[in-house]
Design a binder for this molecule. Sequence first.
Ligand code: KG4
Ligand code: ZN
Length: 332
Amino acid sequence: MPITILAIESSCDDTSAAIIRDGKVLSNVVSSQEKHALWGGVVPEVASREHLRLIMPVVRKALDDAKVEIFELDAVGITRAPGLLGSLHVGVSFAKSVALALDIPLIDVNHMDAHIMANFIEDPVPDFPFLCLTVSGGHTQISLVRDFLDIEIVGSTIDDAAGEAFDKTGKVLGLDYPSGPMIDKLAQKGKNIYSFPEPNIPGFDFSFSGLKTSILYFLKKEMSQNPHFIKENINDLCASVQDRIVSILMNKLVKATHHFNIREVALAGGVAANSGLRNAMQEMQMKEGWNIYIPRIGFCTDNAAMIGQQAYIKFKAGLFADQSMEASARVG
Ligand code: KG4
Ligand code: ZN
């Protein structure tokens, strides 16, 4: 009998539902909450209310797109942690109700593990063990993935996430939120001529707050001499910022591949859309002999298909949650 899973993601500002049958994605509906652009960042209270408004129609559409009836479901997979607590609560309460009403198992999913598992949605898939760099607006980490359920975080950011570094520097440059995609676009027309510093952090951890501060001071100085400095040099500024963020990420990733002697390297998270980062991965494929894996962009940004992928892995392992399960802002 095929196993059909309804997966739900509501950890940040995307309300998403997917139907997965035997690990194959039948539908994946993502409703991104655009309201937050008004405030220049995600407002937690607004996000929770938007999830409440969107969750029913998004789940309905996921079932309709997949041509699956609700009574055909075998389990419900739900993001339990980490994320915005209010937003997680909406998804967890909804998933519990579905599991209770249909008398089917509930599967709790770690959002970060699910990002990595997005690499198994479509071929080619990485071989174990592999290293995964997960980069988004909320996360930056390198994980050593020994098996589906054996994941060790070997490095993470000590301050801002990589996506936040794009978004915060974009704000300083007067770009709209989220500025990552715009920085990427402008960078392609510019040159890396401003050398922003690379932090010296031990191990495989990252830091991006110093970069933001140094850009701020640099711009203050330049703007005091030429008030049009940013406007006149926006492409080169974006290229310089992007190159530095990418070099911070790639230097740690290369270091990790040497340390663990692993050449299977995957990417995950919304920042995987960045052209500079993708080029750098391809460069390392040639230079270091890596086999690289980058999910298609719709599976890199927050989505329920990746939650379903992880839920299916846990289903097969018999790892279920019960009605006492609670959402958590942090892992653990
Ligand atoms: O994974 P995601 O959709 O949401 C979470 O944060 O979980 O990632 C969004 C982040 C934002 O910070 C956005 O600026 C960044 O990904 N981003 C990019 C690009 N596309 C999205 N950053 C750099 N270059 C891009 N092309
Ligand atoms: Zn995410």
